[in-house]
Design a protein. Structure first.
Length: 129
């Protein structure tokens, strides 16, 4: 069973996402800000992280910076979900983000589908090692 961590400050979105991902067979954990998210990444050891960019305490951008420079966390795929338009090419190329979703343009079904694709690809890539 794949483990997904969602770092997001909207409790309603976290609840709906938990229900959807758990129904799809995922083990699901949440964090309400980037500081808690980094701690959860170390404790929960997710297969993939969903990350909002604008959050209190520690932003998603700061999470990306810390993860990028931490060998214990840097291999975990991160999917950004944001309401703020960002430079997707920059996030993918320079911050090693696996995918970027603009929240207003997607459904949770889209997110779950992409997460399944990314995890299947990641599993296949590790089998080739």
């Amino acid at each position: 069973m794949s483990k997904v961590l969602f770092i997001e400050d909207d409790p309603k979105l976290l609840d709906v996402a938990r229900e959807k991902f758990e129904r799809e067979g995922f083990t699901f954990a949440t964090a309400m800000d980037g500081e808690e998210g980094i701690k959860q990444m170390r404790l929960f050891k997710p297969d993939l992280v969903l990350l909002d960019l604008l959050m209190p305490k520690v932003s998603g951008f700061e999470v990306l910076a810390r993860v990028k420079n931490d060998p214990a966390l840097s291999k975990i795929p991160i999917v950004v979900l944001t309401n703020v338009y960002t430079d997707e090419v920059d996030l993918v190329k320079n911050w090693h983000v696996a995918h970027v979703f603009l929240k207003s343009n997607i459904t949770l079904r889209d997110v779950v589908g992409r997460v399944k694709e990314l995890l299947a690809f990641s599993k296949t890539a590790h089998e080739d090692d």
